[in-house]
Ligand binder design. Structure first.
Ligand SMILES: [Mn+2]
Length: 384
């Protein structure tokens, strides 16, 4: 069996050698607590993507709302209190596959100007590697060399677009990097190909960050990077681990049978939480993208507690929302879910900031978890 590190080394070219020498083992920082008293509370900035506005369909029927023009969506962010925009590559440059590199950069430059005029920041750009015919069986892990090359070329364009619009990161949601039947691909080779892709991005651009968004299933039956742990392992295995982070979606963690707040804490412990997609999920079903806190209020509280305690957001990280409008909701455009989720976060933040950590410490040292549970539930219900 060939260790992953050997595979990377064989692909290194001269000008990358320096970057790739860094193979430091994780040095976890002593835990820092940012909960009060801190000099100034975190001023959270919020973001979402244009796909979160109005759209929404399911496999059992046609769209239920009229189309809302893509280009008109960006004027809606600021008035709702959002400063960041999350993009797919073709959210920035529609019809990207039909355009030349020069045309792509011209359009990206126009979007950069639009963002500046609107007072918005691009948070990240993600290659949409799940619509094109070349990605039917995956991008980076496709069995077809030609399709893998398409995925790489499109990822390079995504990095170029990210630079042009001022985003510091590309996000890899590895949508089709998995299988419908496990015998379809060689899983060990698939992992090597994903790691190789990450290294190629790091080598292609010396400052761009790569944020991996884990998800255990859907659209494939089983995905190769299902959890935060997988993504963090890929980060440490990469040739510049400080630039490889994770974006955690609450619902994806739930779909993996894991606790979203623990997933976030794990990434924070490794200083690798690039962003979050806060939302909610009612059990093991399709990816629901429900309003944050709408299915499990206590879990939402725990997530905000971990983010606040871990100092998330103090270095410009966004509170990203990935919530979808309910199919039943009338209107054009439908925005209530975005306003609601932002409000729910802030109301829960008040609960986090008024949670008495001294009392929590006492319950912990007394091992009185019944007492801690009673205090926590009464606090959430407004009795304490
Ligand atoms: Mn989702």
């Amino acid at each position: 069996m060939i260790p992953l590190a050997v595979i990377i080394e064989t692909r290194v070219v001269d000008d990358m050698t320096v970057i790739c020498e860094d193979r430091g083992f994780p040095q976890l920082q002593p835990s820092k607590t940012f909960i009060s008293p801190v000099p100034s509370p975190t001023d959270y900035q919020f973001s979402f993507g244009p796909w979160n506005i109005s759209e929404g369909t399911d496999p059992f029927g046609p769209p239920v709302r009229d189309f809302f023009p893509h280009e008109e969506k960006f004027a809606l962010f600021k008035p709702m209190g959002f400063d960041g925009v999350q993009f797919h590559d073709d959210d920035v440059v529609p019809n990207i596959d039909a355009l030349s590199p020069e045309q792509i950069m011209t359009k990206a430059g126009q979007v950069a100007s639009m963002l500046k005029n609107q007072g918005l920041r691009a948070e990240f750009v993600a290659p949409r590697l799940w619509f094109a015919p070349e990605t039917i069986d995956g991008g980076y892990t496709s069995n077809s060399a030609a399709d893998r090359n398409y995925a790489w070329e499109r990822t390079k364009r995504t990095v170029d677009i990210a630079r042009a619009v001022g985003a510091k990161a590309v996000v890899l949601w590895l949508a089709r990097e998995g299988t419908y039947i496990r015998e379809a691909k060689n899983a060990r080779v698939a992992y090597q190909r994903i790691l190789e892709l990450i290294n190629r991005v790091l080598e292609y651009d010396s400052t761009i960050e790569v944020w991996i968004e884990p998800k255990p299933n859907e659209p494939t039956d089983v995905a190769y990077v299902p959890t935060t742990g997988h993504a963090v392992a890929l980060s440490w295995a990469s040739c510049d681990h400080a630039r490889v982070k994770v974006i955690i979606e609450s619902a994806h963690a739930i779909l993996a049978g894991l606790d979203p707040s623990d997933e976030m804490a794990f990434a924070l412990a490794h200083e690798k939480l690039g962003s979050v997609h806060l939302n909610d999920q009612n059990g093991l079903k399709f990816d629901q993208d429900k309003n944050f806190a709408s299915a499990n209020l206590r879990s939402a509280f725990d997530q905000v507690l971990v983010l606040e305690e871990g100092g998330y957001g103090r270095s410009g990280e966004f509170i990203g929302l990935d919530v979808k409008a309910m199919r039943t909701q009338p209107g054009l455009p439908v925005l209530d879910h975005l306003r609601n989720t932002r409000e729910f976060f802030q109301l829960i933040l008040e609960k986090v900031r008024s949670y008495d950590l001294q009392r929590v410490e006492t319950f912990r040292s007394d091992r009185d978890y019944e007492g801690l549970e009673r205090y926590t539930i009464r606090h959430l219900l407004g009795y304490e």
